[in-house]
Design a protein around this ligand. Structure first.
Ligand SMILES: [Zn+2]
Length: 387
């Protein structure tokens, strides 16, 4: 009898293994069914426009299955885009609280939460979130960019400067350009108080961070001029042309003043002629014409502008041509004055500057675009109605 029992032992083991396997399968199936029910419930709530209940149901489902994390990020981002920030926050906060999420997902949740706070105008909370991620390989630079945006919005230039070491370490051109403008902002304040040495030091820092900062050279030229150091100012004005010739038309007038004081007008007009030859800018043309008129004759200046307008017609160039004609013509029936007035009125309603980044147009110059907040992107408009 005992031998018979021993013979049945392998059968019992096989039966036990088979039943155990079935039980695991059954548990997995039950979990999947449970998940499926929670998702269906969530979707039903969504379809019946009960979004808060839908979020609760879908967040509940997340406790069961990590594979749905991406779907939750997508859902929360959609809420944020629709301006439903409280819902986006709820999802992201839930994701941050989940202990079992992989580090990368958790960092993404913190990053997105920072963006939610930023959209809601809660700068201090957004700053806390982004600061947490500064050492992250995936989100460090992105978070730094957002932090700089926050400091720009709150005009907290020093906070940005305090992050200089990290910005230099990342060596990201855009962040370096932003930081250079933070220095320019501090330099502008010091300029208003006429603190010569401080302005120069701040602008030198800006130029180290971004050697192409026209703004830094412009302000430096101004402070040098104010302190009767016109030779240094002239060098700064020339540097602006080499940094970004699109900025140059606005520099021509103060540069003329600087060279007049230096009594080096021949050198100035030689430079302006070079600028005109290279860029065909209307401002450079108009400025150079006054030199041709004084140095040679009105006739020569008229010949010059006519050939220039044939080469590249612009409204501003034409307006100047009409002005020259008015002075030239002996008997005028008033028609030239009428044309001049018409062009003047037309140019008055045209914008002088456009943002190269977002296309925002303005009559006034801003160093930071009021629309996209990019730095040094508002430049004189080019083409028929501009430069
Ligand atoms: Zn813009």
């Amino acid at each position: 009898m005992i031998e018979l029992l021993f013979l049945l032992l392998p059968v019992a083991m096989a039966y036990g293994w088979f039943m155990g396997r079935n039980s695991i399968k059954q548990n997995q199936q039950t979990a999947k069914q449970d998940l499926s029910i929670k998702y269906s419930t969530g979707l039903n709530y969504l379809l019946s426009n009960q979004q808060d209940k839908a979020i609760d149901s879908l967040l509940d489902a997340l406790k069961v299955e990590d594979d749905s994390v991406e779907a939750h990020f997508a859902m929360a981002n959609l809420f944020r885009k629709r301006g439903e920030l409280d819902r986006a926050l709820k999802v992201h906060e839930h994701l941050v609280r989940l202990n079992h999420l992989p580090t990368k997902d958790k960092q993404q949740a913190v990053f997105e939460l920072g963006k939610d706070f930023l959209s809601a105008g809660l700068y201090d909370r957004a700053e806390t979130m982004f600061t947490k991620l500064l050492k992250s390989k995936d989100y460090g630079l992105k978070s730094l960019t957002y932090l700089l945006k926050i400091f720009q919005s709150t005009k907290d230039w020093q906070q940005g400067i305090d992050r200089q070491k990290l910005i230099v370490k990342y060596n990201d051109k855009r962040s370096l350009h932003t930081l250079a403008n933070f220095y320019c902002e501090l330099a502008t304040t010091a300029f208003e108080k006429d603190e010569f040495i401080e302005v120069i030091e701040l602008l030198e820092q800006a130029l180290i961070l971004d050697p192409n900062s026209c703004r830094a050279n412009w302000l430096m030229a101004k402070i040098y001029e104010n302190h009767q150091q016109c030779e240094l100012a002239a060098k700064c004005y020339q540097a602006i042309y080499h940094q970004d010739n699109e900025f140059f038309p606005d520099v021509i007038e103060p540069m003329l003043g600087c060279y007049t004081r230096l009594d080096e007008l021949d050198e100035f007009y030689a430079f302006i002629k070079k600028v005109y030859d290279e860029t065909a800018s209307s401002s450079a043309l108009i400025c150079y014409l006054s030199h041709v008129e004084k140095k040679h004759s009105k006739k020569k200046a008229l010949e010059f502008i006519l050939s220039a307008l044939k080469r590249r017609p612009t409204i501003r160039g034409f307006e100047h041509f009409v002005n020259m004609q008015i002075n030239q013509v002996q008997v005028d029936d008033g028609s030239l004055d009428l044309i001049k007035e018409l062009i003047g009125e037309y140019l008055k309603i045209k914008h002088r500057y456009s943002c190269r980044s977002c296309g925002f147009n303005s009559q006034i110059h801003y160093w930071s675009c009021p629309s996209c907040h990019e730095w040094e992107q508002l430049k004189p408009i080019r083409g028929l109605e501009g430069e």
